[in-house]
Design a binder for this molecule. Structure first.
Ligand code: SF4
Length: 457
């Protein structure tokens, strides 16, 4: 017999947060074989999971059944059900792939999601669409890596931002110059290492921050250090006010094939409230510049932003979709502690209605990758939609963790994926420390990959 105090268990706390936000109640779970008893608020809920235990890998049975027991108890107690049921992890698709790998067919694997993990029918159907969109694109390729390059600068700071982002202003100009110099060195050394190991690049992604916040010369230096990778190559240009014809032509010259221009909303009043310092009109202009260059375009939207109504979101979604970008990504507001957003409690219902709108009005697009974050409004998700054949390989293989990621830049996290193992190596996040410990961390990263690829031989 085992007894868990839910406040002492991070995964169980995550389940409790689905119902109580940060007010985690005192509760305990007692399990004996497949019998689970949940004691909470002077109530007792008993469950017997002997009929479902076989659908869960043995090594994970106790952990997952405890979460299911707590979810079942809280659903009974509150009368609420959650779209992702008892799942609290980042990648729900992984469980579908786990069930497929265990020999189940697609329908059975999706049934596991609803019947075992209590995922709603709607979300299980979305997972089905994603699995079908990813078919043939889930690559387990040991000889390939995804290259990630991080630019931690932005034109200004959005007030929902919880990333490390440095404003690209006069005060930080010298810091930015030094950063670009060191980053280029890191990229060149990293590419030499990949070459020496015979590792090829499956896709490249420059993210941030806002890479296009760099001036033309700095952007040219970073892209020049990477060279023409000859594969899917994304550069984020998240802030429309940072997109110019000069920077687009630099990106094209260096082989960039896909860019992300992210309005987040087309409502100017909201853009002002969230500190984006650009207008919807600037987004349309930036989109036009990029479309003329012939790159694939992704546009991010956020459902649930400050005070936005369903109509605001619908207008944004329809307005972006009318441009026919190859990808649209809909994020559900994440209520992050580091952000400056104040929540009024109504964001959950509004956000849920907005994401439903996106799913029901996404004709011509299919959901092709999905991930979840902690503290997302209404326990929802972020979903990438793509026109058929325009699914971003980087998003799929990085999110599904099927290809190693070799990352350069402050705070960039490299990830080795191979032989059933996943290991990470993080660069220093702080720009000053990134510069101070540059040589040591670069050597550490190359050694990290060297030893893992050696031991995989
Ligand atoms: S553009 Fe992105 S990284 Fe930059 S401040 Fe806004 S949310 Fe943060």
């Amino acid at each position: 017999m085992q007894r868990f105090d839910i406040r002492q268990n991070a995964e169980l706390c995550d389940v409790a947060r689905l119902f109580f936000d940060e007010d985690i109640p005192t509760a305990a779970i007692v399990c004996d074989g497949f019998s689970y008893v949940v004691e909470i608020f002077d109530r007792t809920f008993s469950f017997d999971y002997s009929d479902i235990a076989d659908s869960i890998p043995q090594s994970r049975q106790a952990a997952r059944l405890s979460k299911i027991a707590l979810y079942d108890a809280l659903a009974s107690l509150t009368g609420e059900v959650k779209p992702w049921g008892a799942l609290t992890g980042v990648r729900p698709t992984k469980l579908v792939y786990e069930a497929l790998a265990a020999g189940r067919n697609e329908n059975e694997a999706l049934a596991v999601m609803s019947e075992i993990y209590r995922v709603s029918k709607k979300r299980a159907d979305i997972l089905g669409e994603i699995i079908r969109a990813q078919r043939g694109k889930i690559l387990f390729l040991n000889e390939y890596v995804n290259l990630y390059v991080h630019i931690p600068f932005c034109p200004s700071r959005c007030n929902y931002c919880s990333f490390v982002s440095v404003p690209m202003d006069k005060k930080h100009a010298a810091e930015a110059r030094l950063y670009v110099e060191l980053l280029c060195k890191e990229i060149r050394e990293t590419l030499l290492f990949l070459n020496s190991r015979g590792l090829k690049i499956l896709s490249a992604y420059i993210g941030g921050g806002t890479p296009t916040a760099l001036d033309g010369q700095s952007l040219d230096s970073v892209l020049g250090a990477i060279g023409d990778v000859g594969c899917e190559y994304t550069c984020e240009a998240g802030r429309p006010d940072s997109v110019t014809e000069e920077k687009m032509s630099i990106m094209r010259r260096h082989g960039v094939t896909r860019i992300c221009i992210n309005p987040q909303t087309l409502n100017d009043a909201t853009l002002e409230k969230i500190g984006r310092r650009h207008t919807a009109e600037q987004f349309f202009k930036a989109y036009d510049i990029a479309a003329k260059c012939g790159v694939d375009i992704n546009c991010d939207l956020i459902a649930g932003l400050n005070d936005e109504t369903q109509e605001d979101f619908s207008r944004s979604f329809d307005g972006v979709k009318a441009l026919c970008p190859q990808n649209i990504t809909v994020h559900s507001l994440a209520k992050k502690n580091g952000s400056g957003i104040r929540y009024d409690g109504g964001e959950n219902l509004r956000t849920a209605a907005m994401t439903e709108y996106a799913f029901s009005h996404s004709n011509g697009y299919s959901p092709y990758y999905l991930y979840r974050q902690k503290r997302q409004a209404c326990n929802l998700e972020n979903v990438g939609f793509a026109v058929l054949g325009k699914e971003c390989i980087n998003n799929i293989t990085t999110m599904e963790e099927t290809v190693s990621v070799v990352a350069c830049g402050a705070g960039a996290i490299s990830k080795y994926v191979g032989g059933g193992k996943i290991a990470r190596f993080a660069n220093m996040r702080d720009l000053k420390l990134y510069a101070e410990r540059f040589d040591e961390k670069l050597a550490g990263k190359l050694e990290f990959f060297d030893s893992l690829y050696d031991s995989a031989r």
